[in-house]
Every structure is written in structure tokens, then in C-alpha cells.
Design a binder for this molecule. Structure first.
Ligand code: PHE
Length: 439
């Protein structure tokens, strides 16, 4: 039943028998572009960050309209992903065919934008876009989300220039009343997993890292200052803390070294919001820069989760809601607390099955494959899917799994009949595709 041609965002693409795994419910999200949708929380946040970063020294060109269908070269090879990197696997990525996919991150456009820095006349750029990843299903995960990529390059690697830029940035940061507290200084030391690149001097790495870190601290300070302001306006007598704990955690990305992740302490947990680092020279060479001629940092911020905490939106699916009770609550340029309205009733179903013995005909079932079947059958009617039981029969060694699916719509009532039909389809597809035996 596989189609030979898929239409995505008005363009046609040939499918591939082994690679194509993008589904109609995912394709439906292409073009929704919440990051530029007027009065939408993701748009409000994107605008806030763009304005703040540009207010420092007007150094960024913004790109917000790149097409989500990109080549494997753009998404992986241009960034130096090794051939066996797990990010390339079909269980994590939506492939259109063997050479084309839905971008998994905004870094897919780095090379192209680096090559345009000369003509724009600005030493930096910001790219915001929808990105796609096969993933679990719950309140903070959705297969489509939004990122902002930020890059800043010093062509010529002038130390006085980097120092001057850093000074301007530091001044802007000092204007904030938000008190950022670095939780664990030891985590921020250069890691041995991704040491500095050999063409760079220690001083350069130190200065460019500082510029990167101060830039992101500025973004975080701005976002949380806005949050505090709105909390104060809504609740003048409350005692609202102005301190924010955050930490730099050493990380690894194929196209940056050294690299970090930022986590902020929010609601009693560390929340990962950003990956970043000093860009591997190979990316710059791919973009047409001359050997040893430039140094650059890059970051990739997840916009949806930050928007959720900024507006207190409890479920990531709400961001996709067209219910006027949701979308009428927000206004461009304003941060306010989301007011929950009564949820439509939900419905829970279990699906339990025996896995077949693994053979060539019965490939291993990845959890994301199960998520995908539920997602494709239920669309946005699924709130969460959780593994609730795993069991191995000691005699036969057969494995059994039980998943609990919670169905609930953000926008309307769903009937029992409707849920039963979807559940039936999930079961049938599991049997047809993975040869499981329902219990
Ligand atoms: N693209 C990375 C991600 O999606 C984030 C990142 C961007 C890391 C730029 C380093 C530099 O996780």
C-alpha cells in the first residue's frame, strides 16, 4: 500500500521502500510554522529572543522560513556526523526517502547561512524553524517542535575585535536585575571528550566561549525577567524570587568542540534547554571559508519547552491547539500565565501483546515504532503512551509488553466509538507490521 510519491508542503518527493517512514499525521504539521504564527506563544518567544540578541550590537541576520525538507547532507554530513551516528537511524528520524528527510534540527542550515555571512554584512545569524523527531509521547514530547539556531563568526580571528564585542555584551548583561547563579562551576571546565581544536589558541577559545556563554546568559536572563515581570503584574503581593540557578554541562556534538548543554533549575528539576559550542572548522571550510581564517560559536535552543515554562502551558500539545480558548489568551509582545480551561474528558485503553521471536522476518520492535503506530492512528487525540508492563514467560522465554494509551482531545469531545476504532487500528497495525500476538 506504500505510495510512490509523497506531497509535502506542495512539493512532490519519491519514496524509498526501506527509508520512507514519514506519516500523513506528521506531514500535516508542515506549514503550521508556529514560530511565526501571530499571537502564538512560540512566536512571542522567538521574537523576544531575536530582539534581545540583536539589541546588543545588531549583529544577526534572521532566517525564519527555511523549508523543513532537507537532504541528509544538510542535516548530517555538512556537520560531520559519522556514518554510524545514532541520530541518523530510522527509529529517530523521519525520512522522506534515502537522501531526503524532515530536518531534525536547525543546525541543518548552518553551512548555508555561514556561506552567506559575507553578503549579509552581519557576522551572525539566527535561524528559527520547525524540527521533526520520532520520539516518545507525553506532556513534554511532541514529534514536531521548534528550535532557534544562533551563530556568530569572527572572520580574521581578531582578538581585539572579540574583546571589544565581549565588552559590549557584558554591559548589556549587567543591565539585568535577574541574578543568574552558576550551580556547579566544575561542570563548565573544558571537557576532555571534546577538547579545543588545534588551530585555535587558548586565548581565542577562552574569549569566544565567554562570548557564547554571555550571549546565552543574556537570552536566559531576558526570558526569565519577562516571566518574573508578568508574575508580578498578575500577582502583586506574591514573593517572587529573582534568582535563577543554571549550569553548563559538558556535552558532545559532532560539529562543535568544545561543547556544552545548558540546564536551568525550574520546578525542582534540571531542564535541558540548549546545546552549544565552538564550531568545528570543517563546517566553515564546507561553507567556503579559507583554512584557519575564522572562529565561530553556535547554539541551538528548544523554543517549545521554554515557551511552556514562560507561559505555564502544562501540555505541549496545547501549542498545536486551534481552540479559541487557547489561542485567544496570547498577544504578540506579551508574556502572561496561561489560564487552564476545563479539559475534554479522556479515555484509557491498554494494548498487550507477545513479541514474536526475533528473526529476519520479525525485526526488533523499537519503542518509537509503537509510538508511531499510535500517533499515526490517533493523530492529536493521543495524550500519552506508557509501557506499564513487561513480562517474560520463564518457560517459553516469550516476551510480553503492555502499553497504556491515554486518548484525549485538546479541542473537542471524543466518543467511545471513536476511541474503540482507533484502538482496533492500533492493534491491527501492530499485528500486521510486527507480527505480535495480542493477549
Ligand atoms: N542541534 C543541536 C540539537 O538539536 C543543538 C546544537 C546547536 C548544539 C548548535 C551545538 C551547536 O541538539
Amino acid at each position: 500500500d506504500a505510495k510512490e510519491v509523497l506531497t509535502i508542503g506542495g512539493k512532490n518527493f519519491k519514496t524509498h521502500p526501506e527509508y520512507t517512514n514519514v506519516t500523513p499525521s506528521i506531514i500535516n504539521h508542515v506549514g503550521k510554522s508556529l514560530h511565526v504564527k501571530p499571537n502564538h506563544p512560540v512566536n512571542i518567544l522567538r521574537d523576544l529572543i531575536e530582539k534581545k540578541l540583536s539589541s546588543v550590537d545588531n549583529a544577526f541576520t534572521t532566517y525564519n522560513k527555511f523549508d523543513p525538507v532537507v537532504s541528509t547532507f544538510q542535516n548530517f554530513d555538512s556537520l560531520g556526523f559519522p556514518a554510524d551516528h545514532p541520530g541518523r537511524s530510522k527509529s529517530d528520524t523521519y525520512y522522506v526517502n534515502d537522501k531526503t528527510l524532515l530536518r531534525t534540527h536547525t543546525s541543518a542550515h548552518e553551512m548555508e547561512c555561514y556561506s552567506k555571512v559575507g553578503e549579509t554584512g552581519k557576522p551572525g545569524f539566527l535561524i528559527s524553524a520547525d524540527v521533526y523527531r520520532r520520539d516518545e509521547i507525553d506532556k513534554t514530547h511532541y514529534p514536531v517542535f521548534h528550535q532557534m539556531e544562533g551563530c556568530r563568526v569572527w572572520n580574521g580571528r581578531s582578538i581585539p575585535q572579540i574583546k571589544a564585542d565581549l565588552k559590549v555584551l557584558q554591559k548589556k548583561l549587567d543591565e539585568h536585575e535577574m541574578n543568574l547563579v552558576v550551580e556547579d562551576e566544575s561542570l563548565s571546565n573544558p571537557p576532555d571528550v571534546n577538547p579545543k581544536q588545534s588551530y585555535m589558541t587558548d586565548e581565542e577559545v577562552d574569549l569566544v566561549s565567554q562570548h557564547l556563554k554571555r550571549s546565552l546568559e543574556l537570552v536566559i536572563s531576558e526570558v526569565f525577567t519577562q516571566r518574573i515581570k508578568s508574575m508580578r503584574a498578575e500577582n502583586p503581593n506574591a514573593d517572587i524570587p529573582t534568582e535563577l540557578k543554571f549550569r553548563w554541562v559538558n556535552a558532545y556534538f559532532p560539529w562543535t568542540a568544545p561543547s556544552w548543554e545548558i540546564e536551568v533549575w525550574w520546578n525542582n528539576d534540571w531542564l535541558e534547554i540548549c546545546g552549544c559550542g565552538i564550531v568545528q572548522q570543517q563546517v566553515l571550510l564546507n561553507a567556503g571559508y579559507k583554512e584557519n581564517s575564522a572562529i565561530s560559536w553556535a547554539f541551538g535552543l528548544g523554543l517549545d519547552r521554554i515557551a511552556m515554562l514562560l507561559f505555564e502551558i502544562p501540555d505541549i500539545r496545547l501549542l498545536w491547539s486551534e481552540d479559541p480558548r487557547f489561542i485567544s489568551q496570547f498577544k504578540d509582545g506579551h508574556i502572561n500565565t496561561f489560564k487552564p480551561y476545563s479539559k475534554y474528558p479522556g479515555s484509557t485503553r491498554d494494548v498487550a501483546f507477545w513479541l514474536p521471536d526475533e528473526t529476519k522476518e520479525n525485526p526488533e520492535v523499537h519503542e518509537n515504532d509503537i509510538m508511531e503506530i499510535v500517533r499515526d492512528s490517533a493523530g492529536s487525540l493521543v495524550e500519552s503512551v506508557k509501557l506499564v508492563d513487561r513480562f517474560t514467560n520463564p518457560k517459553t522465554n516469550k516476551k510480553s509488553l503492555c502499553y497504556r494509551i491515554h486518548y484525549q482531545s485538546m479541542d473537542r469531545n471524543i466518543t467511545n466509538d471513536e476511541v474503540n476504532k482507533i484502538q482496533k487500528q492500533v492493534e491491527t497495525r501492530l499485528v500486521d507490521k510486527y507480527n505480535v500476538t495480542l493477549r
